[in-house]
Design a protein around this ligand. Structure first.
Ligand code: ZN
Length: 652
């Protein structure tokens, strides 16, 4: 395949010559004079080879009654092509009122065209800023766009008071990754472009506004908030949240924001945040973003976490009381190096963000809590990767995915990017030794800080900085298999966990009937051991055996979402219908995609389950984020296309 041979050429060239970049693809000279390939990003209309947004200045009013942000965005432009005169921006469902161009002191109105909406990528906004090279007029240095968002903006969720923790005040938050920033700011919505920003927000005076910028721990609530983000970020890291939020410090540079109802539990759960930052710095160099705070969102937040710079957004579903799920914070923090600092150039190279981050997360957990704790996360990740791959097309199983064309990038990111990516880096660490690999990885972050990278960038850097310096440790065929072949490489060594051995034995003996459910030794299990136990059981168990397990272990109605995520699908597949009322409550209370996806998928296997799923979804969707709603609708729609079986086999 052309792409394969192109990337491999890069790998080979890098082995023998440090100067090399592969000879494939169009080239442009970047501002620092180096030659680099300019990949296109099919998920964005932007043309950064012509002009780049360097700074964004937002002034927005947050209107909870109308569910809109309304105001203006001023974009500072850096014209890369002196003959260009057109600025193309990404938008989705924005109400554009007026476009001005100028130098900041004087402005003039300019014509613009908003294209018909594309269901995946939104509306291309084209601003005609000068007639072209033939005219003597200079291209303007700034544009000012007056606009409002729509209530249904895909990147914003507006929660009424009854869906928040306090139930007294409304709450709004953003989720810009992958391409939702365009639904609340007109910009070049591609990770290839980085910009600094400042913002002024007006809100109801009793609420606090936060952004992925400097947030003042001592902020005074007055309905007017000013933000500054001096480090350049890609658009998907734009973030905003407004609600009844309070702050508690964890260390001088770190703390937790949350609704008052959950702040104490959150501070207790995430008390080790400063230790995590210090550990990551020891391994990979200074934390470059100033403060590192956490914002705990309501359960409708569709993801586990979002690595918004300076302010990670975190699901409350990891607050389980025993700090057993804090790997999530290690993950979001790790993005301060992999992703936020060194960024995938397009979403098809998402493993450069997520695989690296999952690896770094494991290293932070190992340093703080021990290898056995980190290994449990890795074993579970690899197990879930294998399960996921069993239903994936081979083309989706490669790390270096082909360009995402005609697809929602939210759907392109799978366990392959996270767990196969981590596995590949663990393979390199094992072959080259930890000392050499740690130095290499730190060098990777330093050498590519605040820039966008592709798989070919990494392949060249790897060949030059690690493979060529330590010959004989890996073969080119092995690297090729990891990067460009589907599946798990046959020579990959699976992770092992000694702490899971006892759990495996308990599962085996209970399934064989030689051990009572009440005698499994669960009193000392952590969340991971519970999850592993449930994953080790046969996918379909007789309803009577599930009832026996449930009676002894009280799984139905568990307050631990990670256990619920594994138990309810098991209960449903086996026809243990007594779990359904609590399952319904779980589906209504939780909007985190990962937790409810396996449950909806299990329900969709039978006609009866599908009817139950539809009913529960109808009750739950008012509290779901648009991203979660789209995921559930996809599962239910696929079931329509392939009619479900009349009843679960084990229920008969
Ligand atoms: Zn991540």
């Amino acid at each position: 395949m052309p792409r394969l041979s192109c990337l491999l050429a890069g790998l080979f060239v890098g082995v023998v010559a440090v100067a090399g970049v592969s000879a494939c693809g169009p080239r442009t000279a970047s501002p620092d004079g180096t030659s680099r390939r300019a990949p296109s990003d099919p998920t964005s209309y932007a043309e950064p080879d012509l002009v780049v947004v360097k700074h964004l200045s937002l002034s927005l009013h947050v209107d909870f009654a109308a569910r809109t942000l309304s105001g203006a965005a001023v974009l500072d432009l850096d014209w890369r092509d002196p003959t260009a005169g057109t600025l193309v921006l990404d938008t989705r469902q924005l109400e554009i009122r007026k476009v001005m161009a100028g130098d900041g002191a004087t402005w003039h109105e300019v014509p613009y065209a908003l294209a018909a909406p594309d269901p995946l990528y939104g509306e291309k906004l084209t601003l005609q800023l000068r007639a072209g090279a033939a005219t003597a007029s200079a291209a303007p240095s700034k544009v000012r766009i007056e606009y409002s968002t729509r209530p249904e903006a895909s990147g914003l969720q507006w929660l009424p008071p009854e869906l928040t923790g306090t139930k007294k005040a409304p709450l709004m938050f953003s989720q810009s990754q992958a391409i939702h920033a365009r639904s609340w700011v007109p910009l070049q919505d591609t990770p290839r472009v980085r910009f600094t920003y400042d913002a002024t927000l007006t809100t109801p005076p009793e609420l606090v506004a936060l952004m992925s910028a400097h947030n003042d721990p001592d902020v005074i609530r007055d309905g007017s908030y000013r933000f500054d983000m001096p480090q350049a970020i890609p658009s998907y890291l734009m973030a905003i949240a407004v609600g009844d939020l309070v702050f508690r410090p964890v260390s001088p540079r770190s703390g937790v924001w949350a609704e008052p109802s959950i702040i104490e539990a959150a501070v207790h759960e995430f008390a080790d945040t400063e230790k995590m930052i210090a550990t990551a710095e020891k391994l990979y160099g200074p934390y470059r973003w100033g403060r590192y705070d956490l914002l705990i969102l309501p359960p409708s937040f569709p993801f586990g976490g979002m690595e918004n710079p300076r302010l990670s957004f975190i699901t409350p579903t990891v607050i389980v009381g025993d700090r057993s799920l804090v790997a999530l914070v290690a993950h979001e923090l790790a993005h301060s190096w992999s992703g936020n600092l060194v960024t995938n150039s397009t979403w098809s190279d998402g493993w450069l963000n997520e695989g690296f981050t999952t690896y770094v997360q494991g290293r932070i957990i190992e340093e703080l809590y021990g290898r056995d704790v980190a290994d449990m996360d890795t074993v579970i990740g690899q197990r879930e990767l294998r399960d996921e791959m069993a239903t994936m097309a081979p083309r989706a199983q490669v790390l270096a995915l082909p360009p995402i064309v005609g697809q929602d990038p939210d759907q392109a990111l799978s366990g392959v990017a996270y767990n196969k990516g981590q596995w590949f880096l663990a393979f390199l660490e094992e072959r080259f030794g930890r000392a050499a690999f740690d130095a290499f990885l730190r060098h990777w972050f330093d050498a590519h800080a605040f820039s966008a990278v592709e798989t070919s960038t990494f392949a060249r850097f790897l060949a030059r900085e690690l493979v060529a310096r330590h010959p004989g440790k890996v073969t080119t065929a092995e690297l090729r298999t990891w990067l460009y072949e589907p599946g798990i490489p046959p020579f990959a060594v699976p992770a092992r966990s000694a702490r899971f051995d006892a759990v495996d034995e308990a599962a085996r003996q209970w399934v064989a009937g030689s051990r009572q459910a009440s005698n499994l030794g669960t009193s000392t299990w952590t969340t991971n051991q519970w999850a592993h136990f449930l994953l080790q059981l046969p996918k379909v168990l007789p309803a009577a055996r599930l009832a026996e397990l449930d009676a002894a272990l009280h799984l139905t109605g568990t307050r631990n979402p990670e256990i619920a995520e594994r138990w309810y699908p098991l209960a449903e597949r086996g026809g243990h219908l007594a779990a359904r009322p609590a399952m319904r409550q779980f589906l209504i209370a939780m909007g985190r995609r990962k937790l409810i996806k396996p449950i909806y998928e299990a329900l969709a296997q039978t006609a009866d389950g599908l009817a139950f799923a539809r009913d529960a979804f109808a009750q739950a969707r008012g509290g779901y984020h648009p991203i979660t709603t789209a995921m559930v609708e996809g599962i239910l729609a696929r079931s329509d296309a392939a009619p479900a079986a009349p009843a679960a086999p084990a229920a008969k």
